[in-house]
Design a binder for this molecule. Structure first.
Ligand SMILES: NC(=O)c1ccc[n+]([C@@H]2O[C@H](COP(=O)([O-])OP(=O)(O)OC[C@H]3O[C@@H](n4cnc5c(N)ncnc54)[C@H](O)[C@@H]3O)[C@@H](O)[C@H]2O)c1
Ligand SMILES: [Fe+2]
Length: 393
């Protein structure tokens, strides 16, 4: 029987030199005059908000308010607070300037102000939104989550110690602006962690249950771009070409996984992030080689294919066919080790500060994470614990 699949990405992409200067044109096209700008202290400190503020000079639209206190892995309480700011200042649209934490907060705020409810928890679940949201433009300042082109928002629920995924076809931003100026200031360790998140999206997208020829194409190109640019972006942060390559790699990986979903590496990362607050990219970097090893029996053929974009044509050609899958896992492990040498990115859970006594609890959370549904190999709690122990030190 032929498979059935869907592929959807309704986001207008404006990418390249000084792309952020097009922001007010894009807002006017969407009929937006008074955006709420959502960002965080790190982004403001890096001087990036100014680039966005400057874009409003001589524009018909003006900024209604700025929220700059988005924390990493933002929570439902933060989202509720920012929605009040939007209403209080009579805003009509949202501009997100930041990494995944900011973009996901912006998406969740948009859910609240469009649905006219006060508490995000009332909107939990998949596809609860019934109408289009307010205009939203995403300007990513990290190259990792791909949230600018996904229909996902991940928001932490500190009371339950979980990360809540919200999914809806209405959660796609209207416009994604990819401006290499916005990632030049990212410190090496955040560059490495977010870059490994993007790589994880692409590898999992290429091997997950919902993969399809279109998501494969995006995942493949994403891996090529990440291999070509990640090391330079970490070593030479001001290199615009490498930054742009990583921004595009992250975007392509986002489009890929938004259509094919991700698997056990993300389940492990979500659980570890929810319980021990390990940053999302750091957790993915630790788990990616172990997750690939776990899935080797089921999707070894696909890993063998991925050796080409992961390691380049010379290594691919020099590796016998039956050794390519394992060599692909090795290529990813080499990459994580190189990131560790270059900027101290943790390679084990111990290095990331996870107490060994927490592994059992994390394993319990892994098997309740939605991404596991799309993993090519089933995983129960005992198997999750084994992977966690292998990744511990
Ligand atoms: N929606 C999705 O599809 C999706 C996918 C994957 C991950 N996520 C979520 O995204 C969040 C993580 O996002 P992230 O990895 O982009 O990190 P982040 O947004 O938490 O940012 C990390 C840190 O980097 C700083 N920073 C960001 N850009 C900078 C810049 N250009 N210069 C200097 N500092 C900068 C920030 O201030 C912050 O302190 C997690 O909550 C994760 O669950 C969402
Ligand atoms: Fe991710």
């Amino acid at each position: 029987m032929l498979p059935l699949y869907e592929f959807f990405c309704p986001v207008k992409i404006v990418a390249g030199n000084k792309a952020a200067d097009n922001l007010t044109y894009e807002l006017s096209r969407l009929g937006a005059k008074r955006p709420l700008v959502i960002t965080d202290k790190g982004v403001v400190g890096a001087g990036l908000l100014q680039t966005v503020v400057d874009a409003f000079a001589d524009a018909e639209a003006s900024i209604g308010a700025v929220y700059e206190d988005t924390p990493p892995d933002s929570s439902n309480q933060v989202v509720n607070t920012v929605a009040q700011l939007y209403r209080h200042n009579k805003c009509d649209s949202i501009v997100a300037v930041g990494g995944g934490s900011v973009m996901d907060t912006a998406k969740a705020v948009n859910m609240l102000v469009t649905e006219e409810v006060d508490d995000l928890l009332t909107l939990m679940g998949a596809e609860v939104l019934k109408k289009p949201l307010k205009p939203m433009v995403a300007i990513p300042t990290t190259a990792g989550t791909g949230s600018e082109v996904t229909y996902v928002a991940v928001i932490a629920n500190p009371e339950r110690q979980i990360k809540m995924p919200f999914t809806s076809c209405h959660l796609f931003p209207d416009v994604a602006i990819i401006d290499p100026r916005m990632t030049l200031t990212m410190p090496p360790k955040i560059t490495a962690a977010t870059g490994m998140d993007a790589l994880t999206h692409a590898v999992e997208a290429y091997t997950c249950m919902q993969k399809n020829p279109m998501s494969d194409a995006y995942a493949w190109s994403a891996i090529n771009l990440i291999r070509e640019n990640l090391v330079t972006a970490v070593k030479k942060g001001k290199n615009e070409k490498a930054r742009f390559g990583m921004a595009l790699g992250s975007l392509l990986a986002g489009i890929a996984f938004s259509n094919s979903m991700v698997g056990c590496v993300h389940s492990l990362a979500h659980a570890t992030g929810g319980i021990c607050h390990v940053p999302h990219g750091v957790a993915n970097a630790i788990f990616l080689p172990f997750g690939m090893e776990y899935n080797l029996g089921k999707v070894g053929r696909l890993y063998a294919e991925l050796l080409l974009p992961l390691a380049g044509v010379e290594i691919y050609a020099a590796t016998p066919e039956d050794k390519r899958a394992k060599r692909a896992v090795q290529a990813v492990r080499d990459m994580t080790r190189e990131m560790s040498t270059l900027c101290g990115l943790p390679n084990t859970l111990k290095e990331a500060g996870v107490p060994k006594g927490k592994l059992e609890e994390i394993a319990g959370a892994v098997i309740n994470d939605g991404s596991l549904t799309f993993n090519p190999t089933e995983m129960d709690k005992a198997e999750a614990l084994k992977v966690l122990e292998a990744a511990y030190e």
